[in-house]
Ligand binder design. Sequence first.
Ligand code: 3H9
Length: 698
Amino acid sequence: MISTNTQDGVVVLSIDNPPVNALSSATCVEVIEALQKGNDDPAVAGFVITGNGRGMFSGGADIGEFATIMQERKVNVRDLVDAVDKLPKPIAVAVDGRALGGGLELALACDLRLGTPSSLFGLPEIKLGLLPGAGGTQRLPRLIGVVPALEMILKGDNADAAKAKKIGLIDEVVDGDVVAAAAAAVRGLAAKGEKRRVSEKKVSAYPIYFSEAHKRVPPEDKGGFAAHKAIDAIEAAVDWPFNHGSARELRYFIELLTGRESRAYQHIFFAERELAKIPGMPAGTAQHPVRSAAVIGSGTMGTGIAMTFANAGIGVRVLDTNAQAVERGRATVEKTYGDQVKRGRMTEETAAERLAAIEFVDSYDKIADADLVVEAVFESMDVKKSVFAQLDAAVKPDAILATNTSTLDIDAIAAATGRPGQVIGTHFFSPANIMKLLEVVRGTASSPETIATSMALGKTLRKVSVLVGNCDGFVGNRMLAPYIREAAHLLEEGALPQEVDAALTDFGFAMGPFAVADLAGIDVAAHIRAGREQAGTLGPGRVPRFEVMLTELGRLGQKTGSGFYRYEPGDRKPKPDPQIEQMIVEESRALGIERRAIPPDEIVKRCVYALINEGAKVLADGIALRSGDIDIVWIYGYGFPPFRGGPMYYADSVGLKKVLADVEAFHAAYGERWAPAPLLAELAGAGKRFASYKGAQA
Ligand code: 3H9
């Protein structure tokens, strides 16, 4: 896991633990032993630690070992970092690539830090619900000051080499042989008998820095647990000598590591990495290169998708025959990039490049040579079929034809073409240039090449791509339907939109279902409902009609200034509306329902368990490959609280027996729509978790 060579009295230790040079227990042991050996050897002047020259110095502690490492008291990054800090001989780090988490903490313990122009430095532990636990909270503020340290640790973002040099995180950026430069620097220190331990530095800060930082992060029960602990640990670096602060950091780290929040984040980390693993799809499956793309439709989705391509450096033609729609689309694109320049998030040159990458065209022959086309026209099967027939005739034979439908049957759309193997769903979420989620919807005929290309394209577009099966609503919108339906039943029974939304945002959702409905457009929901009514797929029992009633009233959501809430001009904040309250109360009366006060925890259970019960069906039907895939869809596409790990992980953490008992009680009280999913009943009965279910993949 490490290799060593000696260059003119300096031992160079290269970490070689693919794929990311994680500092596993075994790697730490090897490095510590090599340091001890070199230290005992009078011919050795000092050390350089580096990576394996493959662009990754180290991705940090081995996350896969977290479950056991502290409990079993195995040697870990903390021991390695302590050994480096105590080393009598000088040691430098030559960061070739990324130094993340424990990798950067190792660098911080060295006397000197050298990087290359492409090096990146970060402490992303916060994204795992942790704080840097190998001295990072103590050394970083000592090295660069409290304010930048707070920013780096609380955001978990990377600093590039230029920034790292500017803030004093590294000593030198070497555009050449960084290892040789580090070895020379070590010889220099050795010649002077000098050590430059960061742990020996002092740091001061005003208490207000910390009190303000506490105010800026989410509350402890809303995913902010690790952030508050990190702030306290950094404050300990100011208040106390290094060893005391370091002991505090360790205590917090262990507390976080074994806590619910971090376990949920670790689940998300691994679930995200599982997404690329597609059962039955060999790793080297051929892909179709996507160098140019086309988008059909210049509406909100079409322009958002076009910007997504442009942002990834792929030229895109947007086809729309409606001149007015094109003007609106063009204006949206120009405004979006213009705003980014105004906010300092993009240079004028970059904005100009991206604008130039998007071309609006008005006929199919102008997109004939596109490698991939994404259709984003009106959500109607007839319209889509007609577009696909025209695409099939006009676009080169090996191009992939993708649809952005959010609910419609991919196979029926594919059947309108003579190349069903090259048809697939790419369901972007609105706004497409911002939202991270991409559902890649595989049709019955979608070829392995089409699937592999679309998944790889998702990565190029910097999306989190989840491969899902073809059914009404796929994973996300299929689960959304019973969730929203239950929220509407709660209105009929006694709750108001603001109460339902408050209970769910209090649970941690980014937005409540009624605020979301107003944002997405009530007419969109009414249109989907009408389609399901026609297809007979609305679900068992009576389904509340609020979206139909609001549409009839012209209350289409934010865009008309009113929906489930009312909106002041220019203000997106939903305001409770007495007119809506009256409408809801009258609906309850008309249905003969005696309204009652519904406590927030019942609201949460009814909505979230409706989601979970449908998720179990999605899993059993093979529409999602794994329960973790469903979690990723809901976290990235629907604002499910990440600190709860996604709906299926949440169900596992509550315990499926308990979830089933509640679902059965709701079934008895509310009828068929609550019939427990057979998979939920099966797993609960066997004392298992959704995470253990491999059925659909087997
Ligand atoms: C820490 O350091 C704690 C310390 O403060 C204190 C300790 C006491 N460990 O993402 P990719 C695997 S916490 C184990 O597809 P990329 C990953 O699962 C750690 N495994 O590649 C995948 O495996 P597989 C702080 C890891 O190039 C494979 O590597 N560090 C680790 O797109 C490829 O991953 C972090 O939070 C790890 N640390 O991105 C960094 N990292 O092929 C987390 C990756 O079997 N990691 N793997 O599915 C990342 O952000 C990205 O993986 C990275 C590479 C940027 C490194």
